[in-house]
Each structure stands twice: as C-alpha cells, then as structure tokens.
Ligand binder design. Sequence first.
Ligand code: HEC
Length: 94
Amino acid sequence: MKSFSVAVVFAATSLAALASAQSLPKGDGKDVVEKVCTGCHGPEAITGMTGTKAEWTDVVNDMAAKGADMEKDEKEKIITYLAAAFPKKAEKKK
Ligand code: HEC
C-alpha cells in the first residue's frame, strides 16, 4: 500500500509541474496571442485561466482597456484561440 500512495503523490506532483511550466498550446492564433498578450505579463497569466468564449471576450476587452494593442481581426483570432485552447473546465468533458 505504501508504494501505491508514493506513486500517486509522484504523479500528482509531476502533473502540477507540467501545468505550471505550461506555455501556449499550438493553434491558429497562437502567434497573435504571443505578440499582443505577453508584453505586460507572461503566458502563465493566460494559461492559468479557463473560460467560455463570452468570458474570454470579457478578458480581452479588459486587456484592451488596460492598453493591449490589437486590430479588430486580431481580437477575433485571439478570442477564438483562447476559447478553444482554454475552454471552461466544466464544459470540456461534455
Ligand atoms: C497593457 C498591458 C497588458 C496587455 C498587453 C495584456 N494584459 Fe493581461 N493583464 C494585465 C494586467 C495589469 C493584469 C493583472 C491585473 C488584473 O488582474 O486586472 C492582467 C491579467 C490578465 C489575466 C488574469 C485574469 C484577470 O483578468 O486578472 C489574464 C487571463 C490576462 N491578463 C489575459 C490577457 C490576454 C488574453 C491578453 C491579450 C489580448 C493580455 N492579457 C494582454 C495587463 C495586460
């Protein structure tokens, strides 16, 4: 039994390490997000969050208000990418 719990702890720790080292996943729009969204904070500000498309729209509008500089078509790309790459956790499994 002892080795079993050690294995579980190890698996949980390495998962956490993976999550914290996470950078932006590949996808259409990643380059735009890197260009527009990593000037003030690193990608970890983004990878730590999940949301619906509406929630990501709010975040991107909020960042635009803070000074994130993007064209309208870039904004669309960013929101689409973020909603696909970091979907709301509860909805992911459905
Ligand atoms: C002009 C600087 C700036 C740019 C550019 C910027 N952000 Fe932010 N962002 C901030 C600041 C400052 C905070 C932390 C303050 C806060 O929580 O409101 C933040 C926090 C966040 C958070 C944490 C959640 C939250 O709302 O606090 C997320 C997610 C985020 N940014 C996403 C983005 C995305 C996506 C982009 C690209 C569209 C982006 N940021 C571009 C300044 C910026």
